[in-house]
Design a protein around this ligand. Structure first.
Ligand code: SF4
Length: 694
């Protein structure tokens, strides 16, 4: 039962779940939140919301919140509640001690895509300016790091190229490896509105997602490919466009590197990339691929939207580059209604990447090896910055197991639940001598922590989030931090306990530092955000009011770059023991590992993760709808109940990963993207067998 009091005041802020970045009015009665009302002036959502955002305030006030800092010497000891001073002093001494004993690079940080830009900026600054190394990484490592690499290589910057508004100009949309209805619901409703008005849709996904056919919507083509064959399918589409003469040569000559295009065209024209020759591999009829390619190339303005079904593969970066090739071939970049758009899963993945959370990149996507970029931060911070890239999350864990990485500050991430190969993550954490977890709840990672610093929710802080269309939205303090400090303040206190002298009094001062050091944010201020409501970067002297569409006058890198995309099969193979392929996804009411949504009203819509299995595969295994089954892979096993459905093809099974009892990552492999180490969550060879229960 939801009891609504009479709201006495309201504050406009931004949803802290997905990358759509909906604006809400948080309404309060005294200090008590009574409801979240979608804000009609919010430019990303235009007054709409989904069930996650509506009830998000539930977790902020949940009884499970930890509000007092805690420490312990060993992970098998009980926690001791202590003052903030004692906890921070303990953490600082431990981290400095580790550096003295094991070397300056023996410690690092993990930033959060759930926290604000300002908080994330400070955490990477903590690593670079206080720890003295580049050991900073973010959960984008396990989701959209291939976007960073792929779009960076081809277009010159890691970001979606068009705004959500411009979907209203699109004639043909490709949705590949994404399920917007569940993952990005408010964007999905804007897309559906456009489809109802006559735009065409091509869905590329192993599973028959809702967009393929639902009320008043029917995709023109559903290319239900075999998991792990994205590169071959996208190459087959580009093969058709080139060999059938549908290339936008004027666009390529004007905006792309012509020589690289010619090399790419030679490569992709080879018959081995044709839909006919790749049909057996992808499982998609050649005729369908040809029709879809023709529709995208000749059907008018084309937009591509993609998600983790593209990135979380051993060739995630290659598929991103293949998608970029597809758009450049047809001139579908740089104007209203066309573009390439990663649908970001978390509220501030875009921002975390923009803010330099990666071990090789300073804020604004500048490589740490670049002297000029380093100089900007060295001057601003008064320190020398290490020119060597630091460790990625999996490298930190490997180094911990090997004994050279000893201390971690982990803000707003539950890596034990969310990262692949749970046993290896646990071994890495257990081998460290100081793990500092900074979070709302005592999460699974905290089982291996020595210091727990209570986090603050999105309702308790000022700052900004950047959504999937590069829109910088204000996050406003709705209530005072229940633990006494917003997250940015805690990071500052830790830095100062380690010898720094930071003195930020408000996140607007951190934004001023971001603007002074990061060209794409050069003109961003809180005053401008108040005036405009939100701003899409780049926002600088060249684009004083921000940039809804990118690459208008040419690509950020100069000439757009075609890159040869050779299909390489994943090392994860099916065989007699593991004959099925598992792929994973989300449902509407839940969010990632469920740490927040299971502590809100949303829990009533989701009690368990289920395994979707095709009727044929279920029958041969003697599995009936609702039966418990054992899901096993080479990595491990779990039990869950089966749903028999032809949404999945024979040979493919599917599950969500929201519930801690399921622990889907016990099953997934440790294979990862060749360029970025993004885990291959979307392809696991498994066996399914009847079971008696959990
Ligand atoms: Fe909007 Fe995403 Fe929040 Fe739903 S979860 S309200 S779509 S930002």
């Amino acid at each position: 039962v939801i009891e609504l009091g009479t709201p006495q005041r309201s504050v406009v802020t931004t949803c802290a779940y997905c990358g759509v970045g909906c604006s809400f009015k948080a309404e309060l009665n005294g200090d008590q939140m009574v409801r979240m009302v979608p804000y009609k002036n919010g430019k990303a959502n235009r007054g709409h919301s989904c069930v996650k955002g509506r009830f998000a305030y539930g977790y902020a006030q949940h009884k499970d919140r930890i509000l007092k800092p805690m420490i312990r010497d060993h992970i098998d000891e009980p926690w001791r509640e202590v003052s903030w001073d004692e906890a921070l002093g303990f953490a600082a001494r431990k981290m400095r001690g580790l550096q003295k004993t094991y070397g300056p690079k023996s410690i690092g940080v993990i930033t959060s895509s759930r926290c604000t830009n300002e908080e994330t900026f400070l955490v990477q600054k903590l690593a670079r300016a206080v720890f003295g190394n580049n050991n900073t990484d973010t959960c984008a490592r396990v989701c959209h790091s291939p976007t960073g690499y792929g779009l960076g290589q081809t277009f010159g910057t890691s970001a979606g190229t068009q705004d959500f508004d411009s979907v209203e100009q699109t004639d043909v949309a490709i949705v590949i490896g994404a399920n917007p209805t569940d993952g990005h619901p408010v964007f999905a409703s804007r897309l559906k509105k456009r489809l109802r008005a006559g735009a065409k849709l091509i869905v590329i996904d192993p599973r028959r997602i809702d967009l393929v056919k639902s009320a008043h919507i029917k995709a023109s083509h559903h290319l239900a490919l075999r998991p792990g064959t994205n590169v071959a399918l996208v190459s087959a589409m580009t093969h058709v466009i080139i060999t059938e003469g549908m290339v936008n040569e004027a666009f390529i000559r004007a905006k792309c590197d012509w020589d690289e295009y010619c090399q790419y065209a030679d490569f992709i024209s080879d018959a081995r990339h044709s839909p006919e020759q790749t049909e057996a591999l992808t499982g998609v009829p050649a005729k369908e691929v040809r029709l879809a390619a023709r529709l995208y190339a000749t059907g008018g303005k084309g937009s591509i939207y993609y998600g983790l079904g593209v990135t979380e593969h051993s060739q995630g970066s290659t598929t991103v580059m293949g998608i970029a090739n597809l758009a450049m071939l047809t001139g579908n970049i740089g104007s209203d209604g066309v573009g390439v758009n990663p649908l970001r899963g978390q509220n501030n993945v875009q921002g975390a990447c923009d803010m330099g959370s990666f071990p090789h990149e300073l804020p604004g996507y500048r490589h740490v090896k670049g002297k000029e970029a380093r100089q900007i931060f060295e001057d601003a911070w008064g320190v020398d910055i290490d020119p060597e890239p630091g460790l990625r999350i999996p490298n930190m864990l490997d180094a911990a197991v090997d004994g050279s990485f000893k201390g971690l500050y982990c803000q707003g991430e539950d890596i034990l639940q969310s990262d692949p190969d749970t046993k290896h993550v646990a071994a890495g954490l257990a081998a460290m001598e100081c793990v500092i977890v900074h979070d709302l709840f005592l999460n699974e990672t905290a089982n291996y922590a020595h210091v727990f610093l209570p986090g603050s929710s999105f309702l308790e802080k000022d700052g900004t989030f950047t959504n999937a269309e590069r829109r910088i939205n204000r996050v406003r303090e709705v209530m005072k931090p229940l633990n006494g400090y917003a997250d940015w303040q805690v990071t500052q206190l830790l830095a100062n306990a380690m010898g720094a002298q930071w003195s930020y009094k408000h996140p607007s001062e951190i934004m001023a530092e971001i603007a002074a050091t990061t060209p794409s944010f050069a003109n961003v201020t809180y005053d401008l955000l108040e005036e405009m409501g939100s701003i899409q970067w780049p926002c600088n002297d060249a684009y004083p009011e921000g940039s809804p569409i990118m690459h208008v006058d040419g690509f950020v890198r100069g000439k757009g770059r075609f890159i040869v995309t050779e299909y390489v099969a994943t090392d994860e193979k099916t065989g007699p023991r593991f004959p099925l392929l598992l792929t994973t996804g989300r449902i509407l009411s839940q969010y990632n590992v469920g740490a927040q949504t299971r502590r809100t009203q949303n829990v009533v819509w989701h009690e368990e993760d289920r395994l979707e299995i095709h009727p044929h595969d279920a029958e041969v295994r003697g599995v009936k709808d609702g039966d418990w089954v054992r899901l096993a892979s080479r990595s491990g096993g779990t039990s869950l109940r089966a749903t028999i459905t032809d949404r999945v093809s024979p040979g493919v099974v599917y599950t969500t990963f929201h519930h801690p009892d399921t622990q889907a990552n016990v099953v997934t492999t440790d294979f990862s993207d060749w360029a970025t180490n993004c885990p291959e969550y979307k392809v696991t060879a498994v066996q399914v067998s009847p079971s008696n229960g959990p």
